[in-house]
Unconditional design. Sequence first.
Length: 278
Amino acid sequence: MHAELLEPTARYLELLRRHGQRDAWLPAGLMRRLPTASASPTSPQTRETQPDLTSKARPMATPTLTPSGTKTERLAALRAETLQCQICPHLAKSRTQVVFGVGDPEARLMFVGEAPGADEDEKGEPFVGLAGKLLTKMLTAMELTREQIYIANVLKCRPDMPGSTSGNRKPTRTEMDACLPYLRAQVAIIAPVVIVALGATAVEGLFGPQKTTISRLRGTWMELDGVPVRPTFHPSYLLHNQNLALKRLVWEDLLSVMERLPLPISEKQRGFFLPPEK
Ligand code: URA
């Protein structure tokens, strides 16, 4: 292959990897000539066959996936590695701690948010602030507890604020791209049946920029590494827009998730957040 084709080939392979392709056939000898091979979080085999050119331009996490052990052990090993991350030096400097994720490593249901806020940065656990309290209520409505599911964010560090001011900022594309391999590795280990993506930023972090809004994406299914993903509104959005119709939309997403798992759904649950009959 001509040298000038190596780079586009590597980019194409990375694109395939991002779309969930696990294997690619390469002519003998080509692999060695491609730019820096990087890790796919899902298997050591793909690591050998799928180079990541973006790692040259923009640093990306390359988590090691422990091939053996229980899900708990493998997740613990990944956690230990993630806690050491220095890929985004500004975040490594500003964070109190890395917020890896919490819940049951055997969970069938996983919730993914965008990034830790101040409360999460302090406690080291995702969704422990006001939005987290609402998420816990949503789980209660599903007759689930936080211990039965797994909760993580696309970005594992709190986005730093200018002059350490309070408040939150949206994670940048570069930050989310750098961190996403950790989340994909979590997904590969936990192997949930369904993922719920909370909010437009989480969707963008998982799938890249979208041509449409979260209002249009919710109610549909997407897919990450073969796992069905249900986008819905972020709990913070619900906190700022307290209306019944919006709550019902989120609840309909959660009902679809319950059907897919499947979880039992009572008549009472089916009717949650419907307008009162006149
Ligand atoms: N919002 C998120 O997206 N994640 C958290 O952990 C908390 C708030």
